[in-house]
Design a protein around this ligand. Sequence first.
Ligand SMILES: [Zn+2]
Length: 855
Amino acid sequence: MVGLVGVAGVRIEAQRLPGGIRPEHYSLAITPDLKTATFTGSETIDVVLNAPSKTITLNAAELEFVSVKAMVSDFTSQFQTAVVTLDAAKEQATFTFAQPLAAGRVTLKIEYKGILNDKLRGFYRSKTKLRRYGVTQFEATDARRAFPSFDEPALKATFDVALVVDAGDTAISNTKIVSDRPGPGVGKHTVVFATTLRMSTYLVAWLVGDFKCSEGKADGIPIRACATPDKVGLTRFALDAAKQTLRDYDRYFGIKYPMAKLDLVAVPDFEAGAMENFGCITFRETELLVDKKNGALSAKKEVAETVAHEMAHQWFGDLVTPAWWDNLWLNEGFATWMETKEAAKEHPKWRFEQDAALEKERTMDADAGRTTRPIRAQAETPDEINEMFDDIAYGKAGAVIGMVENWVGEETFRKGVQAYLAEHAYANATAEDFWNAQARVSGQPVDQVMRSFVEQPGVPVVRFASAMGEEIPLTQGRFFLAALTTRPAASEAWTIPVCLKDGGCKLLRPEETVLAESPGARFFYANAGDKGYYRTNYASGQLAAIVANAEIGLTVEERIGLLGDRWALMRAGEGTVGEFLDLALAVKADPNAAVLESALGKVGTIIERIATDDDRKRLDGLVQREFGGVYAGLGGTKRHEADDRAELRETLFEARGQAGDPAVLAEAASQTKALFAGQTATADAVVDAAVALVAAKGDAAMYEKMMGLAQTATDPNLKEDALHTLTRFQSPELVKRTLEYAVSDAVRSQDSWTLLVRLLGRRETQDQAWAFVQQHWPEIERKSTVSSGARIVAAAGSFCTVERRDEVIGFFQAHPVESSERTLAKSIDNINDCVALRTAQEPKLRQWLDMHGVQ
Ligand SMILES: [Zn+2]
């Protein structure tokens, strides 16, 4: 999946199935009734019993059993009827038979009923203004809401799916349609799909409605990109991306795409970003649909990456599946790493590597908290499993995989991937299987490196002292963003491939205390390419040489890494806010948008989180003054300028506008006016920033226009932009309207929380939003979906006072949110760290401003 953070489900003490039984094949006939939001199911499951048994236990949730029989002989049609007992807490059903069933093959025949829920999980309903749809989302543990099943990833089987749907509806599932006949009954037709390959239950999918598709082919595989009929015109970009990606992956993995077809379907209501169902990938509309000609670059990048991510799962996850959810990271880390690699290959000019470098900074900062978890952690209940879909499983695991590839070499790593996939195709595997294959193929201790990063929590820091002869003394340990006084004792030590600028990679084991200098290196820099997942702290002479060489001696990713390291060290009390501002000003003329985005984003955080109101004004003036040169050099807005130039312009425009630059604000006002007059293309990079700046001071008339766009736009990206812009308006009456709108029926559940989270995250609106959240909690819960509750808990961590912290604790203790235990702990941690940071650095900030004569 893509983009699921924390999940809330029914609080339960679920556990694994008892075992002793293996499903081989499911045959499902599902008849949905979209009007009444119900469905009936007729199912047979072929299972093999290890020993004679009077009971069979499988998973079922929110299903009503009509009848259950076990066929004990294929020849005489003899059967036994079962008594069904349900354990709602465990999401299990037990079938008890009067006589023991013999060991060996048994066929279960099950008739049942279910509901099409509105919680975006299991078999659920989605709708547009014109009609209703029925769609599925089963990862991690929700196949059991659509059909009784042995709903664990290691219990793979083959599946036959048939859907009985209304005459005007089509159906899509994992495989090709083999027959489509009228009936049973008037106004119905039955769509039968081919038998699947052996796969896990969480990868089964079906969709019912009137989807329309654009079609293509790659390496002999038919590929379709589908959407509701009004949006089929926006599927072309994704279809082309999928064709290219399939050809590239066939070669990369050395195994041809295993299914006979591939569909990518945009679903109007969707919880995550996308879901890698085998042969039938489902997407949130904004992750698949974009105007190929006029769409914004950021929207196209998002689609290219999401398509590459989900398609990587077709091999890594679908063909070879982790045996249990504790190794979910292997799926998600690999797909996260691969999405950048593939998207960058398809669009070399779009600089995906720089986005990945910025993302790694955010991940390492999150991972440097006290409450982080190891990549591989125990997860038994659905609550625990759902909370595993976090930045650690995606971002950290992806960065660690990238670090290993960089160390062993691209081609060697690819051979290791191929060996792993070939050994476990159509079956299950563990992390050990992966790193042992890599170690065997490369001849390097990949297992030791990966084990140290996967089993230990946190981020390593390597501290270097001045060179002694040809050796550089060093120490390593766990890095915490918290100040020295509040850090817990930590004993972690890592085996780290440290790659030197101009010097190759060296394996740093826990016991090692020196590193040999590389002869011929221009200066000492110990994270070449910014591929390593660790922080570095240098002796002052080494740092001075790095900063002096940064502009021509470091790559863009390395410059982002340098800013990230110094920022993190400052937050940990190993450096001052003034030293960081010196560094930010040293890169102010950097020609790269990502470097400036990184520097200005951190300066923005200083303004938001550390500065007093007075100092905020002084810093705003500093940003206007110091970052004016490059912006002035760009000249006026030009049509069709190169992407990198457009990004640089947007970054500087936004930062200077936020700092109150009157010239930028005037330009923003005229851009916004032109947009509403229909005279500007919405894909213009500066327009988004302009609208956001104007909206901050916007009045009710502008708000009405934006609301109109949010309600009527057909292009999902435009609609989402408009929705998000509503959260930029700062006048209390308009903030109130946005809050009320967010919990109203006019906003889809998938979008509701994003409005609340944005309002909670910004200093100007967060107090009002927090008061509203507390007062309107029942309405928020009513609209809550699988993961929205945890997202609101996470957003509550953006406060920076002791009073708010205590309120947050008190409120969520009184109103517990499922699957958010660790999220709440992290939020509290974040507030505490912010309070400590402000206390430590605010006087130092004032000193620096005074010293530099900033008025
Ligand atoms: Zn994924």
